[in-house]
Design a protein around this ligand. Structure first.
Ligand SMILES: [Zn+2]
Length: 243
């Protein structure tokens, strides 16, 4: 009898062990799938970015940069000054100029508040923001987290591409809201998109920024505008169509 119950006990232990193993394998698989799903999305975009940097005329304007897709290769560009010490990639300059000219004809006076930034410049804006939050009593970790809600991590800012601009009012003839309203309705006609719309925060990873415009070319900008989508959505639809 004793031997039998010991054998039973052993069998129970073995069953328990098998059950636990299966449980851990199951948990592992779920985690893995979730990890893979995210990884596939990001890898897809990363591959696209590499191709875009190296490829055609159109591709340079469709490079995807966000917090999940840092700049892999510093793009080569010629810079053009747009006033107030700000520069942009010369390829977007004619479109930006045409947009500003037409805005002025309608009595709207925009300026480029921020154009191209080197990664070092982005780094110092980022560090500065962290210091501000630390001075308010936040720990290093908290300050970093808070700062990243406002400033892109160096290497993940579109400003480093030279094809994105923060546009504001001149502060004399126009106020910010006039400029933002006009841009929201018209920028696509010149190839620019409002890159961080209010309702796309979970996809772009950035809170609404009515001043940040990004060049993608007139065709793509108009499609993005008409369909009410953001750049991440446009690129993933495009990849689906091609695949
Ligand atoms: Zn910006």
């Amino acid at each position: 009898m004793k031997r039998k119950s010991r054998r039973n006990q052993k069998r129970k232990n073995r069953l328990r062990l098998i059950f636990m193993l299966l449980f851990f394998i199951y948990i592992g698989l779920i985690g893995h799938t979730e990890f893979n799903r995210r990884n596939v999305v990001n890898t897809y975009h990363r591959l696209f970015q590499v191709e875009a940097v190296n490829r055609t005329e159109e591709a340079w304007s469709l490079v995807l940069v966000n917090k999940w897709n840092p700049i892999l290769k510093q793009p080569k560009m010629e810079l053009t000054e747009v006033g107030k010490g700000q520069f942009v990639d010369e390829r977007i300059y004619p479109y930006l100029q045409a947009m500003f000219d037409d805005a002025r004809k309608k009595g709207i006076y925009p300026i480029v508040a921020s154009g191209y930034r080197t990664q070092e410049a982005q780094q110092s804006i980022y560090n500065e923001k962290i210091s501000v939050f630390k001075a308010q009593g936040l720990s290093s970790k908290e300050a970093k987290k808070e700062a990243e809600l406002w400033v892109a991590i160096p290497g993940t800012s579109e400003h480093e591409l030279g094809i994105a601009v923060d546009i504001n009012a001149d502060g004399i003839y126009s106020k910010g809201s006039d400029v933002y309203d006009w841009l929201a309705k018209n920028a696509h006609r010149y190839g620019f998109i409002q890159r961080y719309p209010a309702k796309k925060t979970d996809i772009t990873g950035v809170s609404q920024e009515p001043w940040h415009y990004r060049y993608v070319g007139e065709k793509v900008a108009t499609e993005i505008y008409n369909q009410n989508i953001c750049l991440e959505e446009y690129i993933s639809y495009m990849n689906k169509d091609n695949g």
